[in-house]
Design a binder for this molecule. Structure first.
Ligand code: NCD
Ligand code: ZN
Length: 357
């Protein structure tokens, strides 16, 4: 097959660890990993330290981003019970609000109904809300979407019960959307023992039946594939209290291209899941003269070595894949070519553009 040209991919769920976790990843290394994976625009999560829950922290983080990013980056504001009053003032600096209903890495959590209600009442209408909701929390998110009549996006859905409930809610006309991650599509509990802490993330790896349900819904219920790139150092992962999370920016497209080769996915659906739908759901701008050139026939094995991410490991090491990113062009300029990074820090744009900072 000839070379395949894809639009620049949009990852709506990335952890870049700025501020406070730069030893795991920073804007320059994380956006380098993005380009190596064919991602030209990404949305960065707010569970940093301090978290992205006040306008001051957001403005400072936007400034750091403007100087150091190699692809386009939007930030999420994080809902924090102590900072709820700041939500409206945060809105101009971000692409959406992230609400964590379940435990994961970092302190951001909303557990009380009055705080959840305040989020929905104070966050500007028309600006996206994304939720980390597992199990019964999915029903809470659906209830809020119904009660407030506004869109809710469910992050990293991983279980059959959850995706089937979301499918029903969509059938009923609720304005909800969802994403799945490559690690929940290509790994299961069957891999957890082999991987140890390198296979620990939130939501946890699910059963093979859950994985099958996600694949069943990929052509219908699921709106986006997002990496949930969540780098931690090997020392942290092998320590006594390993933090949850796995990197994914550089492995997602090769895994999905392999699925296309295997007949489990089409190129058209991949483009919807990783470019068209993400842009539409999060009101993201087009990137003119931006594309990704892929060799769909390149056969190789994923390795930890040679990655751009600072963390230096991947749960997919040793996996054979078919499909390699050869070249990425961002706004007419070569940004990545055959393993070489060409986009210097500061060449990406911070979204939304045009805000004073
Ligand atoms: C994420 C992280 O490390 O920030 N970890 C994870 O296991 N996915 C947080 C998150 O997205 O839940
Ligand atoms: Zn995440």
């Amino acid at each position: 097959m000839a070379k395949l040209v894809l639009p620049g991919l949009v990852d709506v769920h990335t952890h870049l660890r700025v501020p406070g976790g730069e030893h795991k990843e920073d804007f320059a290394s994380g956006t380098a990993a993005a380009l190596a994976g064919g991602v030209t625009m990404l949305l960065a999560m707010p569970n940093t330290s301090p978290p992205l829950s006040t306008p001051e922290v957001l403005q400072a983080t936007r400034q750091t981003a403007a100087a150091t990013i190699r692809c386009d980056v939007g930030l999420f504001a994080g809902a924090s019970p102590a900072d709820i009053e700041w939500l409206p003032a945060c809105a101009p600096f971000v692409v959406g609000l992230k609400i964590y209903l379940n435990d994961t890495f970092g302190p951001l959590r909303v557990e009380e109904l009055p705080v959840l209600r305040a989020c929905f009442e104070q966050w500007p209408a028309g600006q996206p809300i994304a939720m980390h909701a597992e199990g019964q929390s999915v029903a809470v998110g659906l209830g809020l979407a119904a009660a407030y009549g506004r869109p809710v996006h469910f992050c990293h859905v991983s279980r059959r019960d959850e995706i089937e409930l979301i499918a029903r809610a969509k059938e009923q006309g609720l304005p909800v959307t969802c994403e799945v991650t490559p690690h929940h599509l290509f790994l299961s509990q069957a891999d957890a023992g082999r991987l140890g802490p390198l296979g620990d993330m939130r939501p946890r790896l699910a059963s093979p039946a859950d994985v099958a349900a996600l694949w069943d819904h990929l052509a219908s219920t699921i709106d986006c594939i997002a990496t949930d790139h969540a780098p931690h150092t090997l020392a942290e992962k092998n320590g006594s209290t390993p933090p949850p999370g796995v990197p994914g920016l550089e492995t997602s497209l090769p895994l999905l291209l392999t699925a296309i080769h295997d007949g489990r996915l089409t190129v058209e659906r991949l483009v919807e899941l990783m470019a068209t739908n993400p842009r539409r759901l999060f009101h993201l701008p087009e990137q003119p003269d931006t594309w990704v050139e892929v060799d769909p026939e390149a056969v190789y094995t994923i390795t930890a070595e040679g990655q751009q991410t600072k963390c230096g490991w991947t749960p997919f090491a040793g996996r054979p894949v078919r499909g390699r990113v050869e070249r990425v062009v961002l706004r007419g300029r070569p940004a990545y070519e055959n393993g070489r990074l060409l986009a210097p820090p500061g060449t990406g744009q911070v979204l939304p553009q045009g805000e004073e900072f």
